[in-house]
Design a protein around this ligand. Structure first.
Ligand SMILES: [Zn+2]
Length: 297
């Protein structure tokens, strides 16, 4: 996918971006390198680990099996009514680099248990928010949360940064240094709608996932779906699909539709303790955690 918008000559860390409602997540590239070198492959956002601690932290993922709670939703399989759907795009070629990103071996999303345990609630909150915005109950009950990314191995962060540099995409969109994703407490999500027992289709909210343009920003108008470029986007039972009457919507009602979905998602995430980021409607952070460097395998 070719990025939109003017090329930028500087690549900055996702962690250095200003959060929509929180500015405390910045960790400089230099700080990241200091920490990384001090801990021989295991790194933390807020503290340099003492010698000996590195090994203990490395084992944390294995010690808590819930960390890898979310696995990819099975192709063609029945999706339970309240199931949070997982579509790990970086383990596939359906991401901005055009191929699976190194470090994503298994088609799973690994999420810290503190956050994974909240996702069903978030899904319920989204449905409630949508009902407040005029969705009827039957329609709202068909809405599912789709998790695109959670924990991200450092190898993957580096590969993404390399791609960004090569393609001159930058500031604010692709993590270069440490990112909340490296800690498993930051997630990328979308919304889907159940079309039958087996199929959830992603809803178009005005931008592609990882679209590097202002259309991906909270508070900005989304763009019209371009059926030649954006649809269909089929994968393991999921795909971009809009409401049946989408093409007949006027521009202002289409924008209102996008806004309602984006804002419902944001309100639900905030209610669960998540923080949004202005530049990416899909990115939510639930505090800091320890970082690990392990492939998703
Ligand atoms: Zn993200």
């Amino acid at each position: 996918m070719k990025p939109e918008g003017p090329p930028m000559d500087e690549v900055t860390g996702e962690g250095a971006k200003k959060s929509d409602d929180d500015q405390s997540q910045g960790v400089s590239r230099r700080r990241f390198l200091e920490v990384a070198s001090a801990t021989a492959g295991v790194y933390a956002a807020d503290a340099v680990l003492k010698p000996g601690e590195a090994e203990a932290h490395r084992k944390c993922i294995d010690r808590d099996p819930r960390f890898r709670q979310l696995a990819a939703t099975r192709e063609g399989g029945r999706v339970r009514r309240n199931e949070v759907v997982v579509d790990p795009v970086y383990a596939t070629k359906r991401n901005f680099t055009g191929k699976p990103v190194p470090g994503y071996e298994a088609k799973e999303a690994w999420i810290h248990p503190d956050v994974a345990g909240k996702l069903e609630k978030v899904q319920t909150y989204v449905r409630n928010e949508l009902m407040r915005k005029g969705f009827n109950m039957e329609m709202a009950a068909k809405i599912h949360l789709i998790v695109k990314d959670g924990y991200r191995p450092h190898k993957a962060t580096e590969a993404m940064a390399g791609w960004a540099k090569e393609n001159r995409v930058g500031r604010g969109y692709i993590s270069r240094g440490i990112s909340g994703h490296n800690q498993g407490k930051t997630i990328d999500v979308a919304l889907g709608i159940r079309v039958n027992d087996d199929t959830i289709r992603e809803i178009w909210m005005g931008s592609r996932f990882d679209e590097f343009s202002h259309h991906s920003n909270h508070g900005q108008d989304g763009r019209k779906l371009d059926s030649r470029r954006d649809n269909p986007y089929s994968y393991q039972g999921l795909g971009y699909r809009t409401p049946r009457n989408y093409s007949t919507l006027t521009r202002s009602s289409r924008n209102a539709f996008h806004r309602n979905l984006r804002n419902a998602l944001k309100a639900a995430m905030r209610k669960a303790g998540g923080r949004s980021m202005k530049s990416e409607i899909w990115h939510y952070r639930f505090g800091a955690g320890q970082c690990f460097d392990r492939d998703i395998d």
